[in-house]
Structure formats: C-alpha cells, structure tokens
Write a protein that binds this ligand. Structure first.
Ligand SMILES: *Cc1c(COP(=O)(O)O)cnc(C)c1O
Length: 404
C-alpha cells in the first residue's frame, strides 16, 4: 500500500478518489461547478488569496488553535497520553468556519451576491451566516424542521446574524432534505448564488475544496505535537459526519505510515436498520447528492432513515475520500452509540472542564475505549471539533433527568 502518494494525487481531474466521488448533478450545475473548480485552482495559486485567508483565520477566527494535553483524563484512563486539538475554541464554536470563510472568499472572487447553505446541527449555518455578515452578502440557510427544533439556539443565532433560515418539511426533515432544498435553490439561482456546502461531500470540487480549507487543522496539530513531544502521534481520532473535521486532521498525516487513524461514526441506538448513521457498518456503495460513496440504503437503493443523538452526524452518506481511505485500509472506521457519546460528553465536561459537542463526543467515546489499552508513552490526538453550548439542553434531558 503506497499511502505516501495519497496526499498529492487525489482526487483526479474528474474529482474521483479511486472509484469514489465524481460529479452526479443536473446539467444546469455543470458549468457552475466547472467555474468554481477553475476559480478555486486560481485562488489556491494566488499568494494574495492565501494571505487574506490566513489573516482572517488568525484574526477573525482565532487560529491557530491549541493542542491541549488532557492531563486529568489521561491519568484517569491510565494509558496513552491524550491531546485535544481545540477547534472548539474557534469563532462560532466549531471547525466549520475554516471552510465557510474559504468559500466566501471564493464567492467574492466569483462576483456572487447571494449565499446559500444547508445545515444539520446548525453549526455550518451559523458559520456561513457569520461570514456572510462579515462580507455583507445575503444569506439563506436551509434546515430540516426537526433540526430547527433540536438546535433552536443556532436558529436564533443565524437570524441575529441577519440570515434567513428556511425550514424544510420534506421527508425526515433533517440534513438530507436540507441539502436537497439547497441544491434546488442553486439550480434556479446559479448565476447570482454561491452554495457554501458544509462538509467534505457533494459533487467535485466540494470534497477536495472543503478538505483543503480544513487541512490547516492537521498541519497545525502535526507541528504542535512535534514541538511538544518530538514525535508523531500513534493514533488520530475524529468523529465523522460528512467527514470534514476528520479529513482536516488526517490529511497532513496520510503519508506518515506509522500514524494510525480512526474515524468514528454515529452508532445511534445500535446497528439496526433506521437506528444509526454508521455508513461503514452495513452500508453500501451508491450515489447521493452528487457523489458516489458509501451510504445507508435498502435493497432497492432507497435511502434509509438514520438516527443519531447528534444532528451533525445524522446523515446517510459519508464523504467520498473517506470511502476511498477505508477501501485502501489507510483509515479505520468504527462507531459509538448515543449512550456512549453521552457518557463521554459528561466525562469530558467533569474531567477537563470542557463541554464538547455531541458530535465530538463520539470521538471521545472511542478514545475512552482505546486509551486504557495503550502504553503510557503512546500518544493519541483527538479532534475536539466543537463545543457543546448548542447541546446542553439536549444533554441535560438525558444526563440530568434524575437530578432536577
Ligand atoms: C458539523 C459537525 C461535525 C460533523 O461534520 P464533519 O463534516 O464530519 O466534520 C462534527 N463536529 C462538530 C462540532 C460539528 O459541528
């Protein structure tokens, strides 16, 4: 397995990661995606664009984020040293703003006046509404009606930032339907509008571009751990919804053959039809929302219902680069259930004084399983993808129900 060649070479010109990825869209979007790809390539090669992005990442968003040694948690688990990559400390509270900022700078270059986005937990909607306010662009965010209920705080934040939040009542009323509505809007308004897609998903160039805007996470973490420990980590852990925070951390380490990586999906109530969102556990290859990847579908190819306690992981498909990395055996994928994630949520809050997002808590749950089995000189870096302010009411419902 020649993992050392993965970083520079993929995706290919047509947006494929091996057999995964590509571009499965209506004809009307092809020109817009070509235009976006060309502008992105030009921006990437433009030092002025890079300088502007880096300046805003630093001064507006608060990069670089710390790599924090979780001393008490490490002691308690009694095995490997655990470091937290603190994306929760970024402006708006999660990694999402890395990508939203990069894309709005592209939208400006493209001369687009109107921004649309989809959102699940609301974090991507908030990040998009934030950068739209910062650059004075009109912003419309599509959100499933169920997600609007369970993430009400983020709905209010988006509205305060001047965005219009459009509830989506179709189907399961969550992220998949919100993406459908955003795509429909884009097809209709493609000349004036840029679609800021929120994860490493969708048609080419999104999976590549979103990864590139997040790889700063892994680049910083790599430098920080080498400074601190003078060695690379033994294992990287991140939760996987669409897969953007995970690929952001993993990507700069892909060529380091001794660094293991684990992506943690949402196991929901357990791996039974309709009760989880772990695409690599009993999923199949298919096409959803513009990309060919691993997804949850029945025998006829109908997308199955999904469930997770965390809205941000509750999606039927995974980013195509993760499908590729799983297929290559470069990254392992596992899952944590709702209950395990909630237990880890509480553990992180009480042990380190950090309230994590419920999405992130899935990664933390996996660390709780593996750290005790590892030796004290081994190192785990886990991506603390976001903070849990948005989740406190929901977590309290489960965790504090006997203490009221
Ligand atoms: C959105 C979100 C996720 C899941 O999205 P990915 O694209 O898989 O990273 C994970 N953690 C937090 C805090 C989020 O807001």
């Amino acid at each position: 397995m020649s993992t050392a060649t993965i970083p520079e070479t993929l995706p290919d010109q047509s947006g494929h990661f091996g057999t995964f990825g590509g571009r499965f869209v209506p004809e009307t979007l092809v020109a817009a995606l070509d235009e976006l790809t060309a502008e992105y390539e030009a921006a990437k090669a433009d030092p002025e664009f890079r300088a502007k992005l880096d300046g805003l990442l630093s001064e507006f968003c608060g990069r670089e984020t710390p790599l924090y040694f979780a001393e008490r948690w490490t002691e308690k688990l009694g095995g490997a040293k655990i470091y937290l990559k603190r994306e929760d400390l970024l402006h708006t509270g999660a990694h999402k703003i890395n990508n939203a900022l990069g894309q709005i700078l592209l939208a400006k270059r493209l001369g687009k006046k109107r921004i649309i986005a989809e959102t699940g937990a609301g974090q991507h909607g908030v990040a998009t509404a934030t950068v739209a306010a910062r650059f004075g662009l009109e912003c419309i965010v599509y959100m499933g009606a169920i997600d609007m209920e369970r993430q009400h705080l983020n709905v209010v934040r988006m509205r305060l930032l001047g965005a219009e939040v459009r509830g989506v009542e179709a189907g399961q009323k969550t992220l998949k339907e919100a993406v459908n509505e955003a795509l429909r809007d884009w097809v209709t308004n493609v000349r004036t509008t840029h679609y800021i897609l929120g994860s490493a998903l969708g048609p080419h160039p999104y999976p590549m571009m979103v990864r590139d805007f997040h790889k700063v996470i892994g680049e910083e973490a790599r430098r920080q751990i080498l400074e601190r420990e003078e060695q690379l980590p033994d294992i990287l852990v991140a939760c996987v919804g669409g897969g953007s925070n995970a690929i952001g951390l993993f990507y700069p380490f892909l060529g380091d053959e001794d660094v293991k990586m684990v992506g943690v999906e949402a196991g929901g109530h357990g791996i039974r039809d309709g009760e989880h969102a772990a695409r690599f556990q009993g999923g199949k290859l298919g096409v959803l929302q513009g990309t060919k990847t691993w997804l949850l579908a029945d025998e006829d190819g109908q997308i199955e219902l999904t469930h997770s306690v965390s809205a941000g992981l509750d999606y039927a498909a995974v980013g195509p680069e993760h499908a590729f990395l799983q297929n290559e055996g470069r990254v392992d994928y596992t899952y944590a259930t709702d209950d395990e994630a909630l237990a880890a949520f509480r553990e992180m809050s009480e042990t380190e004084g950090i309230i994590p997002a419920l999405e992130t808590s899935h990664a933390l749950a996996h660390v709780q399983k593996i750290a005790p089995e590892m030796s004290k000189d081994e190192i785990i870096v886990v991506n603390l993808s976001g903070r849990g302010d948005k989740d406190v009411e929901q977590a309290a419902k489960y965790l504090l129900k006997d203490e009221e």
